[in-house]
Design a protein around this ligand. Structure first.
Ligand SMILES: O=C(O)C1=C[C@@H](OP(=O)(O)O)[C@@H](O)[C@H](O)C1
Ligand SMILES: C=C(OP(=O)(O)O)C(=O)O
Length: 438
């Protein structure tokens, strides 16, 4: 969690003068957009992606696929409504370089795609991307027939020497540090000569809803997937080789990006509606309905969306967040304002996310007067009266939104580098201010 040597501007996090009452339209899901781009690029025919998220992570994904030869054009969607990308698959070519930024989805989902390309694809990214785990993907691809040059650490930077095709077949990986290893291998597998059989051998597997999302989206484009949750062997996923369909997909709102706005209702005892909240979804953010209700609110899902209403009280929570790790910073922020202690567990792997999120949350909340302690796999939070100060974000979008949640209740909180929210929600500061002025 290195602090940036330059200190980008401090953003005074708005303090809420009363209960918020707002409707907030949240842009598309990062996880859905980046999976849909990969699947559309590997399809046998063009497809449409409506209401895609346009943020650093998804624009990097689109740019990388374009660099390998895929057509991604701006359009208005087949029925004339809404912004859309038309994705036109093509032969995948190197040589080229992929900038992954600090996007887990780009650094993990694209090496298997690059193995199918014809020519070398170099992968590079932000300094933090060099530290994030990638061995599960690199080692697996080598077993499946790919040639990869890295510096021996099993991390970025590296070059995948695409041979135009990949054998595929059975492979064992330890995905306890990231579910994205499993998703990465499954997403490209229909295009491997023998498909794939991925066997997870580690003790824990985080973020299962994101693996479910991968499986659902593969099936939606015609892939055949056997997996543990529909009667398959535990910890084993099989994808058969097949052509993929080009589809017309509308991307759901990003429910993890809805989190700070729902938290605002909880923290201020107000009410926030998120339109287009899906009735069924694999997004982990859907768990917020339960988690934030336990912490003191109530919610109603109607045709108009999800309305979350705070009760004016915030309660602590004891919860395993292993399935929904990316919600941890926002939950920790709310927990720091609660009327009782919280224990958040099951998230040791967050130490290897955009920053070491457990260390960063502990340090930043404590510097505002809080009492957070790191445990082996999470955080213990004893609420204290907090005071203003600088909230450092360590180039982590979810640190910036977590600090903003605290700022609603604590005057004088300043967020360092709020622009880091551009990773998944470039418009965050404006949306936040609008919500408070509504
Ligand atoms: O596949 C995905 O889209 C994601 C999976 C999760 O990664 P980890 O399993 O590495 O936590 C999640 O935290 C990340 O924000 C998005
Ligand atoms: C962990 C996250 O992102 P990434 O896709 O880079 O892993 C996140 O968005 O919280």
């Amino acid at each position: 969690m290195t602090e940036s040597s330059v200190h980008p501007a401090l953003w005074p996090a708005p303090h809420a003068s009363g209960a918020v009452d707002a409707t907030v339209v949240v842009p598309g899901s990062k996880s859905v957009t980046n999976r849909a781009l990969v699947l559309a690029a590997l399809a046998a025919e063009p497809g449409w992606l409506r209401r895609p998220l346009r943020s650093r992570d998804t624009l990097l994904m689109a740019q990388a696929l374009r660099a390998m030869g895929v057509g991604i054009e701006e359009g208005v969607g087949p029925d004339g409504s809404g912004e859309a990308w038309r994705v036109i698959p093509a032969g995948l070519h190197g040589p080229t370089t992929v900038d992954v930024g600090n996007a887990g989805t780009v650094m993990r989902f694209l090496p298997p795609v690059a193995a199918l390309a014809d020519g070398p694809i170099r992968f590079d990214g932000d300094p933090r991307a060099y530290e994030r785990p990638l061995t599960g993907v690199i080692d697996a691809l080598r077993v499946l027939g790919a040639r990869i040059d890295d510096d021996g650490r099993g991390a970025l930077p590296m070059t995948v020497h695409g041979g135009g095709a990949l054998d595929g077949g059975p492979v064992a990986i330890d995905a306890s540090s990231s579910s994205q290893f499993v998703s990465a291998l499954l997403l490209s597998a229909p295009r491997f000569n023998q498909g794939v059989e991925v066997r997870h051998t580690g003790s824990r597997l985080p973020s299962m809803p994101h693996i479910r999302m991968t499986v659902d989206m593969l099936r939606a484009v015609g892939a055949q997937v056997d997996e543990p949750e529909t009667g398959g062997e535990p910890n084993v996923w099989r994808v058969s080789p097949s052509a993929l369909l080009g589809r017309d997909l509308t991307v759901e709102p990003d429910l993890s990006n809805a989190q700070p706005f729902l938290a605002a209702a909880l923290v201020t005892g107000g009410r926030v509606t998120i339109p287009d909240w899906p009735e069924y979804t694999t997004q982990p953010g859907d768990m917020l309905r339960e988690i934030f209700t336990t912490m003191g609110g109530s919610c109603e899902l109607t045709e108009g969306g999800l309305t979350f209403t705070g009760s004016g009280r915030i309660h602590g929570i004891d919860v395993d967040l292993g399935e929904v790790g990316e919600l941890t910073p926002g939950i920790a922020a709310v927990a720091a304002l609660a009327d009782s202690p919280s224990t958040l567990s099951g998230v040791a792997h967050l130490r290897l996310h955009e920053t070491d999120r457990l260390a960063a949350l502990t340090k930043e909340i404590n510097e505002l007067g809080g009492n957070v302690t790191e445990t082996a796999d999470g955080l213990h939070i004893e609420p204290r009266a907090l005071h203003g100060g600088t909230f450092h974000t360590y180039d982590d979008h979810r640190m910036a939104t977590a600090g903003s949640i605290i700022g609603l209740a604590v005057p004088g909180v300043e967020i360092e580098n709020v622009a880091t929210t551009a990773k998944t929600l470039p418009d965050f500061p404006q949306m936040w201010t609008r919500m408070l002025g509504a």
